[in-house]
Design a protein around this ligand. Sequence first.
Ligand code: GLY
Length: 426
Amino acid sequence: MGEVLILGSGGREAALEQAIGASDEVERVVTTNNLQEGLERLSRHEKPLVVVGPEAPLVAGIADELRAEGYPVFGVGKEAARYEASKSLAVRMMRSAGVLHPATAIVENWRTAERYINSPGRHPLSYVIKADGLAGGKGVVLPQSRFEALDAAYGMLRGKQFGGVSHDVINFADRHHGPEISAMVVVGDTDEFIILPVAQDHKRRDDGDEGPNTGGMGAYAPVPRSIMSEQQYGQLQESVEKTLAGMRAFGAPLERGLLYGGFMLSEEEGGKPVVIEYNVRFGDPETQVIMPLLQAAGVDVYRLLRSAAEGSLEAPTLDMSQLAVSALTVCLAAEGYPESPVKGDRIWGLGEHYPNVTVQPAGIKDGKTAGGRVLYVTGTGTTLTEAADAAYAAIDTQHGGPESGKVGFPSMQFRTDIGHQALAHA
Ligand code: GLY
């Protein structure tokens, strides 16, 4: 029997805890942001598997440090974490490996940025601007005008509003159009990997994909063939293979952790998946829908992650692109999210049982709201429609209060159209 320490504290970590804790081989799981406290809470009869949730500790090198102390760690080392921490490094790697991605100008000073933006014939709607380093999800701007582009580029290079830091480098990437999808890949050593069910995230706060960008208002998986054809799935697999081989050839292999490819099925490339970004940790909220799918398919998530951490991936034999179950999650966020969420609301309906639903806490303390993204309500079903119906049936959509027998809180806001692109074809 093993012990597991999950570093992190949000909805993603709650979903990992539920899935890992369901294994017959797991004695205890502790989830915390505090490494030392977590280790002290475990019995220490043997070193626990450490699963790292967010990117910041990976970028800081926590996986290397823990491995050096003999801990099995599911999480990439500092060098590979740079593919998330530096967009320009990822672009350079993709160029040399021939991975399809938007053409990108890597710019290292304000004068060059200004020249790029003002060059005759360059339309502001033809590119996106990306800060190079970690920016807490705030580092991408889609300018509507030259003025906006200049303002954003200046702010990134000289100011502190994009993730609270100024960036030495910014990237101008050609703007592509098409559905965005998220592919999580569990990687063992060298050539071993498995692509988990592909998900679709909903980053905008409001229905119809309107409003400000957020950490994620909902997600569903698997993405159906009506959104991504078998041919596109094959192209995605090729892109993942090229990526992992390219990272090795680049001298910084991604191993014993997660590759998260953010892809766009690009109209400009005839529907081929182009890499929009790489991350090196599980997506949030994609994990909230992927974990229930793996469990429903009988995958032991602990064994999967542990074997990857030990460099001998035990990949399940099922075809992850053909699962007969769907999951859909809806974020209940606090009023004012993402700018300044209201905190301290009492939450009702947390202890109830809802058929085919899991409630995953994200920002809750002592039964009250304590963050912007408060909780995720995740439904499963044999179809996406069933999964959506299950999730929404558990939410107090009419704001009925504690008597509703559903989950809610006074200041909640949520999207009513999670999965809309796929459900339109269901
Ligand atoms: N769902 C987006 C992210 O995890 O970055």
